[in-house]
Write a protein that binds this ligand. Structure first.
Ligand code: TMP
Length: 301
């Protein structure tokens, strides 16, 4: 108990000195940290978003990076200009809806379903092979955050399940992790949109249910119930996200312990910070490193 308290206070002290990090309620954060540290790795589950959470929002030159879907908008420009153009038009049409402050989630949802469905359909129409997609990914401006590899390695080394809950494309996540780590972590469980391939390795379909920004919660984890039941003895959660839709990724899971939520705020800092500090225990502002989540995780044993 005393050691957990000392470690939690140490982390909070470090956070207070970091100008890129905000905490609304240090006392509540301390209580959560203490419980997670005291209960240890055996009771812990990590649930994380991928795009702009494990992956970078900006590269070292300050240029915007790509989401997993963005690989198809960007890397196809020379050989598949029609696809790149069509996907670009969709982004311009739907991003303002995704982030519109005056629309409810209920109002946004049908538009997001249209976006994802149309986008997947256009990708499938081009009959890409798995090898072509690997080639696109290798050329894409899509990188893991600094210290992300160390974070994932540490989670795997302590046998803590890592759930990646992504409205992006799961196959692309796996290609990136395989390349960065040399293997797919044995404790990894991806809940995402998956491309399905035929006997000739050609992408012919995306899996259902479709996962978009606003349905990252229990409504789409039906097929995952056996997995979450299997990890139900893991009562504490560290949740990592970058959008307001990510805070519900632990909803519907049977865990009853504490949930520590860490949010990356990537843009529009002044407008979004108040909302982010309301829903996330820790907000990391305009920073491309996972050092803080890594440090917290390392104390959890
Ligand atoms: P996520 O970070 O919650 O997993 O959301 C994935 C992001 O992907 C979301 O902000 C919208 C974006 N997206 C594209 O950039 N292109 C697309 O074609 C689609 C369907 C989504």
């Amino acid at each position: 108990g005393e050691l957990a308290q000392a470690l939690a206070m140490y982390i909070i002290d470090k956070i207070k000195k970091n100008p890129n990090v905000r905490v609304r309620d240090p006392a509540a954060l301390q209580a959560k940290l203490q419980q997670i540290i005291r209960d240890g790795y055996d009771k812990l589950l990590v649930i994380s978003d991928f795009d702009f959470t494990l992956s970078r929002y900006k590269d070292n030159t300050g240029q915007r990076c790509l989401t997993t879907h963005g690989v198809f908008d960007d890397c196809t420009k020379e050989l598949y200009p029609k696809l790149a153009e069509e996907l670009g038009i969709l982004v311009k049409k739907y991003i303002p809806i995704e982030f519109c402050p005056n629309m409810s989630v209920e109002e946004k949802t049908p538009h997001m379903e249209d976006w994802w469905r149309t986008s997947h359909q256009k990708i499938v129409e081009n009959k890409f092979t798995y090898e072509q997609i690997e080639e696109f990914v290798s050329r894409a401006r899509l990188y893991l955050r600094d210290a992300a590899v160390e974070f994932i390695r540490s989670v795997e080394a302590h046998n803590v399940p890592l759930v990646l809950f992504s409205a992006g494309i799961g196959n692309i996540i796996e290609i990136i992790l395989k390349k960065a780590l040399g293997h797919v972590p044995h404790t990894l469980h991806v809940i995402s949109n998956l491309m399905e391939f035929d006997d000739n390795n050609v992408c012919v379909n995306f899996t259902e249910p479709l996962i978009h920004t606003f349905c990252k919660n229990s409504s789409v984890i039906t097929g995952e119930r056996p997995f979450f039941h299997h990890v139900r003895n893991r009562t504490n959660v560290i949740l990592l996200g970058d959008s307001l839709g990510d805070i519900n990724m632990d909803v519907g899971i049977e865990n009853e312990g504490t949930s520590l939520k860490i949010g990356f705020l990537n843009f529009d800092f002044d407008n979004l910070l108040p909302r982010y500090t309301e829903v996330y225990d820790i907000v990391i502002i305009d920073s491309q490193t996972m050092e803080l989540p890594l440090e917290i995780f390392r104390f959890c044993g």
